[in-house]
Write a protein that binds this ligand. Structure first.
Ligand code: GLV
Ligand code: MN
Ligand code: MN
Length: 421
């Protein structure tokens, strides 16, 4: 087969309308009345998304396989098929009231790039694979994020991931077994096979690209994150009969803790600290009962490891100092150091963006991504495209077909470069 030529040939075969239609089709799996998507990790829609991808791969004759943590791989062979593949992809799961692009764009851009490379008649030395990483969105269903990529690279033992339970007590293990049964026809892929590089296209970059009128973000790294769960234990009591001095009100104490934390976790005017209490559970949550238990989460992110240590280490003492008559337990549920992506991946992305004449910016990621854990296994990197008003993790997520296609064009060229000829 003739090789399809030089730079830009693969990008020229990216089909903007096809890529957009695939987003429309995927948005039906877990689509919400307000135009968003609720597709929680390993739920029926998340499994259906894998099935739909497998269906789209079939006409190409590409092998589709799944590993023990539910990661899905769609493989276009290389001329040296024993060589370690270059992977590209992202996640199909969303936040509980998520949108039509976070995660799925990276999967569909990878698939589109593979189709474009094939349509251009380009044969790469290394295989190229589109990948779906299981359960990227930590806390949306299961508390553990970047789970599939984390298990793939050995950050998380498979048994530990399988033991994680969702808020209803369903374990990852049980959900995985159900997914496996629904996709029983797909062959098994070993966990953690060698890979040459990983590239991920994504929208989660905030308002930066849109505000500057840029089309592409060449991602240089990911900021670090520390997550905590705070459990405040008081005592249930009658709202009408219990005097103030006798109350052990877990909600009042938790509110005081959050107020005290917010007074410390900011760094105006630079506004680099990211501090979020995103889940707050009051028990028994009844109007006539002084609440005896509160559990809340803290999501704290910063690009500087020293700041992550200094500020993050204050969570427990601040909570203890504001516990009033209650007991408080602070548990750090995850800690991810800042990640720096390694060449040749950012270099390949930059070369593609520049070569295609697209205005781009080298930038760090505020959001977490599977490319973070993947950097443990192989040089990794990312391509950002603009999203409307910078909104993600919301039903209002939006992006233009042209920007999505531009990102896929950069990805196609970067994949050809990384997979070699
Ligand atoms: C994932 O999107 C995260 O950054 O929380
Ligand atoms: Mn996300
Ligand atoms: Mn994402």
């Amino acid at each position: 087969m003739a090789d399809g030529g030089g730079f830009g040939v693969a990008a020229a075969k990216v089909d903007e309308a096809r890529l957009w239609q695939r987003h429309v089709d995927m948005a039906k799996l877990g689509g919400t009345p307000r135009g968003g998507v609720r597709r929680l990790a390993l739920d029926a829609n998340d499994i259906a998304a894998r099935r739909l991808l497998a269906d789209w791969a079939r006409p190409h004759g590409w092998q589709v396989a799944m590993d023990a943590i539910g990661n899905l791989f769609i493989r276009r062979p290389g001329t040296d098929d024993a060589a370690a593949p270059v992977l590209s992809g992202s996640h199909t799961d969303t936040q509980p009231s998520g949108g039509r692009f976070d995660g799925i764009y990276g999967v569909l851009a990878a698939f589109e790039a593979m189709e474009a490379i094939a349509a251009a008649g380009i044969r790469t030395r290394r295989p190229i694979e589109t990948v779906v990483w299981t359960c990227e969105e930590g806390g949306a269903r299961f508390p553990m994020g970047t789970m599939g990529s984390g298990v793939f690279v050995g950050r998380t033992p498979l048994a530990d991931a399988r033991a994680v339970a969702d808020y209803d007590g369903v374990t990852v293990g049980a959900a995985l077994d159900a997914a496996r049964a629904a996709l029983a026809d797909l062959p098994e892929r070993p966990l953690g096979f060698p890979i040459a590089a990983f590239v991920e296209a994504h929208i989660e970059q905030g308002p930066i690209l849109e505000e500057r009128g840029l089309t592409i973000g060449v991602v240089t790294g990911i900021q670090g994150a520390r997550r905590f769960r705070v459990d405040v234990e008081g005592a249930d009591a009658h709202a009408g009969t219990t005097p103030r001095a006798r109350r052990r009100d877990a909600l009042s104490a938790a509110v005081a803790m959050v107020g005290a934390l917010e007074a410390v976790f900011h760094d105006d005017p630079s506004d680099t600290v990211r501090f979020t209490v995103g889940r707050f559970v009051v028990t028994p949550n009844a109007p006539a009962v002084v609440p005896g238990h509160v559990s809340f989460t803290i999501d704290f992110r910063h690009p500087d490891e020293a700041v992550l240590t200094k500020l993050g280490d204050q969570v427990e003492p601040i909570c203890k100092a504001n516990a009033r008559a209650c007991a408080v337990t602070v548990t750090q549920t995850s800690r991810g150091k800042p990640v720096t992506f390694l060449d040749p991946v950012p270099a390949a992305v930059e070369k593609a963006a520049a070569g295609l004449g697209l205005p781009y910016l080298r930038m760090n990621s505020g959001a977490g991504h599977d490319a973070g854990p993947m950097q443990i296994a192989a040089p990794s990197g990312m391509i950002f495209v603009p999203c409307e008003r910078g909104i993600s993790h919301a039903e209002a997520e939006n992006a233009t077909p042209a920007d999505l296609a531009a990102g896929a064009r950069v990805l196609a060229e970067a994949l050809v470069e990384l997979a070699g000829r």
